[in-house]
Ligand binder design. Sequence first.
Ligand code: GTP
Ligand code: MG
Length: 137
Amino acid sequence: SNRTFTMIKPDAMKNGHAGAILDRIIKEGFRVVSLKMTKLSKEKAGEFYAVHKERPFYGELVEFMSSGVIIAAILEKPNAVAAFRTLIGATNPAQAEAGTIRKLFATSLGENAIHGSDSDENAAIEGNFFFSGLEQF
Ligand code: GTP
Ligand code: MG
């Protein structure tokens, strides 16, 4: 598929990095299919990250992801999922390659600035979690 899903997380929003992150994404050749600023309730954050329910950091992750506004977006580019995960870098910013979005803008492993879907299947599920069919251009 040519689409992926992303969220600019509450740390990057609070730290004023949203504009720079969106600029970088667009300069890397992604087309914005859908985009909104919103805030996840604890319940919705828990549902989004349900796959991590049994992990020790789940509670912290849900607290953090519901702690402030986010920007959610569907993006399009050939081989989007892999291309976008390369652009954002490793989960832990300390291990992320120089120049990646997480290296430039993340705070810590838990507060790592940005999300990128990990498969075509999850990209579709996650995009549909935030956007109706009428909002996907
Ligand atoms: P996402 O794009 O956000 O899904 O990140 P990822 O695919 O690189 O990592 P993963 O799906 O394994 O983990 C989801 C999110 O949980 C990460 O982005 C981190 O924000 C958070 N996370 C992962 N490991 C830890 C941890 O050990 N401690 C804490 N506090 N958070 C973690
Ligand atoms: Mg993940």
